[in-house]
Design a protein. Structure first.
Length: 145
């Protein structure tokens, strides 16, 4: 319940922070565009107020983010994934692989499971049938000039 309340408050603060930042007058220097005195908030006091509100909302945003992180970490518990798996309780003798049985056709006429083909090696320098024959003679040396 508290996490939900803090999350909703965080969203509201972030939306208010975006709005306050967008309301601020440009100080110039951004691609040569500067804010002129034609805006509706041109008084120096309005700028100071918006700057203070921005700082307050920014601080509230970071504090709420830290609180959410701390509280969600405490709520999930102090156990790690390894503690939950109970690795110490596993018997190593049960982890050995079982020998694979040859594939048999399943009942009811279902198709047999797929098996990977046997790998073959093809060397283009020895010819098409490289497994059956090896070259009897070494290739001749190139003629010297």
């Amino acid at each position: 319940m508290l996490l939900t309340l803090l999350l909703v408050l965080e969203i509201l603060v972030s939306l208010a922070l975006v709005g306050v930042v967008l309301l601020q007058r440009s100080e110039g220097g951004a691609l040569g565009m500067g804010g002129g005195p034609s805006g509706f908030m041109t008084a120096r006091g309005a700028g100071d107020l918006l700057t203070r509100v921005t700082w307050i909302l920014g601080a509230a945003f970071f504090i709420l983010a830290l609180l959410l992180t701390i509280l969600s970490g405490r709520q999930s518990g102090a156990s790690s994934v390894v503690d939950r798996l109970k690795v110490d309780a596993i018997d190593p003798s049960t982890l050995q692989a079982k020998p694979q049985q040859p594939a048999q056709a399943p009942p009811n006429g279902a198709p047999a499971p797929l098996q990977a083909p046997t790998p073959t090696v093809h060397n283009p320098f020895l010819g098409q049938d490289s497994a059956a024959q090896a070259p009897a003679t070494a290739p001749a040396a190139p003629p010297q000039r």
